[in-house]
Unconditional design. Structure first.
Lengths: 555, 228
């Protein structure tokens, strides 16, 4: 019996040790019951040959404040929520340039740009351009996120503004909010690849002709770069160029499918990557060419940002305008432009071989002594990482009509060149003909591009988007190749471009202390009440006396 | 400060039970065994109730108040009364007076209810970063429940244990016991049928529990007078 009892006790004791274990297990269960969960997009983090740029942190766990914070308060442990609509650029600029401590930044982008008036849109646009330029070229030691405004986050922001305006510290009742993003430390992207896709439409060789046919190349770089990699869709830079290239390929594939209309030129279509990084992908792509192929290229036309702006386009070249080949390209284009009511300007910019900066895609061709020109709405060469498809560059600022005009301009001038109709006023791709430009094709591709972020280091080799481009070119041309190369070494990128932000309403410590005080007094009152009603007041008083007095009483 | 908040809510939820035990003569007469047994009976009753609910009730979609289902739920709720009857009449732990027995049973009953229904949500919810008033209100609800359980136990002991009670009081006792036993259904009706918010419901519960406690106390002392 005694033995059994001892065994029982042992068993029970072992059970007792299990209890804390169970509690620890329960405590480990990660809790996620926030008031609001928002998708947020992190500011890009990258290095250029060791120099650090962008936001250097990903994890966030701080209280929220609005721009109306009480002056002189310490912001090193607060996240500022700033809607881009009511933006104070000088303040932000000062904060970032002086490297003042801050817990973090959360920019709220307007959700529905189309609902704004035109001047408002333009204001937001300019603000975003400035903001992006500032953020990309700064080294920011705290996390910076972008989010889209919605009802939930607007309600939170209104609450924060109210408590900020009243100048009170945040409590449970006046609305203290904690913003939490739990993300691992951003890792380097192991070896960023650039994938170039090329399509080949062979021309018709005359019988017994031994020489290789000349080639015309049409090139557009498809990748983007922006402050938030998960948001940089680059509808204009260079989505418009990609769309135009696909449409031109479609038009010529119709012409080349018939042996009667197949021209005596090969057509080479190139969708290149690495555009924002000195056209690194174009460089690799050209280097991979056979010497004979490279020499056979008559000229190359690069398409860059042609989807917006007014009736003016620029042809950027690196050889002097007096050059016969350049003359020929320019005349071809300007002849067609006249008919279309477009204005075409020629811009000449010399290449400095010692300067690593390649501002235009055609410069990569020119460096290899291939005649090339870039067609763009931009009049001056952009700086490194500028105008590469940032936050502002979205579907709202791109017009299909501009792209259609661009397509007509390029396709018509190439067709006239191929079929020897230079200077003659004929229209090959006339509207309402079987060779008309297809606006719905352009629209659907433009919509797809405007939804797909395409920052090259974050696009894998087999990304659905690259596969889609490859499939489309395969349908339009006879031969398609995808070339994967490693992006050149001076750029290093860091992962975690997207995260989920939890917004918690939290109580302050003072509130908890106060609550404890109230509860304690409640229990004491309850105790006294119960003792008095069941045993009488004397018993209550005797509880606080010393033990001897109790002994006297029992005796 | 979330652990702090958890402790606060736990104190509010389970503190009154401990205070009740230590402040009243229950602790002097060592009635813990009776309370524990009552808690075990509660556990059994809860199991039976769960089985019944799972057998007879449809899974409700959303928070819609369906009178037929609610009636069934209220009927199943009366299993509680049966359990309490068992705890009051069949349990003979030690020779303790009726006076203390119903208190001990009610206390054990309410404590078991709090542990089963409130400890897990409290542990999971109150430790989160997010602050809500829910857990504080839930603690207040536990207090109301304690009062109601003891009242019900008192009325039950009047009904089943005391033989020489005044005849005029019998219908009132049964009526009160009925009201107290249907309290869960009433609150559920208020919450879902009328769409009351939690603070309002908890206020109502606190108020009714105090009223019912007062009435049961009056009834108890009234039926005690002739015997005394």
């Amino acid at each position: 019996m005694g033995q059994k009892k001892a065994r029982d006790r042992e068993f029970i004791e072992s059970m007792y040790s299990m209890i804390p274990l169970v509690f620890i297990l329960v405590a480990c269960v990660e809790l996620c019951d926030a008031a609001t969960v928002v998708d947020v997009y992190r500011l890009i983090q990258y290095d250029i040959s060791g120099a650090q740029f962008g936001s250097r942190l990903a994890t966030l766990n701080h209280h929220a404040a609005s721009l109306h914070f009480p002056p002189g308060s310490d912001l090193s442990r607060t996240v500022l929520i700033i809607p881009v609509r009511e933006f104070n650029f000088t303040f932000i600029k000062e904060y970032i340039e002086r490297k003042q401590p801050l817990g973090g930044l959360l920019f709220l982008l307007p959700q529905m740009l189309s609902s704004y008036a035109k001047h408002q849109k333009e204001r937001i646009n300019t603000v975003l351009v400035e903001l992006e330029r500032l953020l990309i070229h700064a080294n920011i030691p705290y996390p910076v996120y972008f989010a889209f405004e919605d009802d939930d986050i607007d309600a939170v922001l209104a609450d924060i503004k109210r408590s900020d305006a009243s100048g009170q510290p945040a409590t449970a009742t006046t609305g203290g909010f904690k913003l939490v993003v739990s993300a691992p430390e951003p890792k380097k992207v192991a070896s960023p690849t650039v994938s170039n896709i090329q399509g080949w439409l062979p021309g018709q060789k005359a019988d017994g002709e031994a020489n290789q046919l000349p080639t015309i190349a049409i090139v557009a770089s498809y990748d983007t770069f922006g402050a938030a990699p998960a948001l940089s869709v680059g509808s204009d830079s260079n989505g418009s160029g990609v769309v135009a290239l696909l449409e031109i390929a479609r038009l010529f594939s119709i012409l080349y499918s018939n042996t009667k209309t197949r021209g005596r030129y090969n057509l080479l279509f190139g969708l290149t990557s690495g555009g924002p990084y000195n056209y690194n992908g174009t460089h690799k792509w050209l280097r991979s060419f056979d010497q004979r192929l490279r020499e056979s290229i008559d000229y190359a036309i690069c398409l860059n940002s042609i989807g917006s702006g007014d009736n003016k386009l620029y042809i950027h070249v690196s050889k002097p305008p007096e050059n016969a080949y350049i003359r020929q390209i320019f005349d071809g284009l300007s002849n067609v432009a006249e008919v279309l009511g477009l204005e075409v300007g020629l811009k000449h910019k010399k290449i400095n071989i010692s300067n690593p900066r390649v501002a235009w895609e055609h410069e990569q061709f020119s460096r290899l002594r291939v005649t090339a020109a870039t067609l763009s709405k931009l009049s001056v060469a952009p700086e490194l990482l500028d105008s590469a498809g940032g936050l502002y560059d979205n579907r709202h600022f791109v017009h299909e009509t501009a792209i259609i005009r661009g397509v007509k301009l390029v396709a018509e001038s190439i067709a006239r060149h191929i079929y020897g109709q230079q200077g003659k006023n004929i229209e090959i791709f006339a509207d309402d003909s079987s060779l008309a430009v297809n606006p719905s094709y352009i629209r659907s591709w433009l919509d797809l591009l405007s939804r797909t972020p395409r920052v090259a280091p974050f696009l894998s080799k087999n990304d659905p988007f690259i596969m889609a481009l490859k499939k489309e070119l395969a349908d339009l041309t006879d031969e398609v190749n995808v070339q994967h190369e490693v992006l050149d070494g001076i750029f290093t990128f860091y992962e975690s471009t997207k995260a989920r932000l939890n917004i918690y309403q939290v109580a302050s410590v003072t509130f908890d202390l106060l609550l404890l005080l109230v509860l304690g007094s409640y229990l004491i009152v309850l105790f006294s009440f119960l003792v008095i009603t069941t045993r009488g007041l004397d018993d209550l008083i005797s509880l606080f006396r010393r033990p001897p007095s109790r002994k006297v009483k029992t005796a | 400060m979330t652990i702090f908040h958890f402790f606060n809510c736990a104190i509010l939820t389970f503190g009154p039970h401990a205070v009740y035990y230590s402040a009243t003569p229950l602790s002097e007469y060592d009635t813990l065994g009776t309370s524990v047994k009552a808690a075990l009976v509660y556990l059994g009753t809860a199991l039976v109730k769960l089985v019944c609910l799972a057998t007879f009730l449809k899974v409700s979609e959303g928070d819609i108040f369906d009178p037929y289902q609610e009636l069934l739920k209220a009927l199943i709720g009366f299993i509680d009364v049966a359990g309490l009857y068992f705890a009051l009449t069949q349990l003979t732990h030690r020779n303790i007076s009726q006076n203390h027995k119903f208190q001990a049973v009610g206390l054990g009953w309410a404590f078991a209810d709090s542990v089963l229904h409130r400890l897990a949500p409290l542990w999971v919810g109150a430790r989160g970063l997010e602050f809500t008033w829910d857990y504080i209100l839930q603690g207040l609800e536990a207090n109301a429940n304690l009062v109601l359980s003891i009242s019900l136990a008192a009325l039950g002991s009047l009904m089943w244990l005391r033989k020489n009670k005044p005849k005029t009081l019998i219908p009132i006792i049964y009526l009160c016991a009925g009201i107290v036993a249907t309290m869960p259904s009433i609150t559920s009706y208020l919450r879902r049928g009328l769409g009351w918010h939690l603070p309002k419901v908890v206020c109502f519960e606190l108020f009714t529990s105090l009223v019912m406690a007062f009435i049961s106390w009056q009834l108890f002392s009234a039926s005690q007078r002739p015997s005394a």
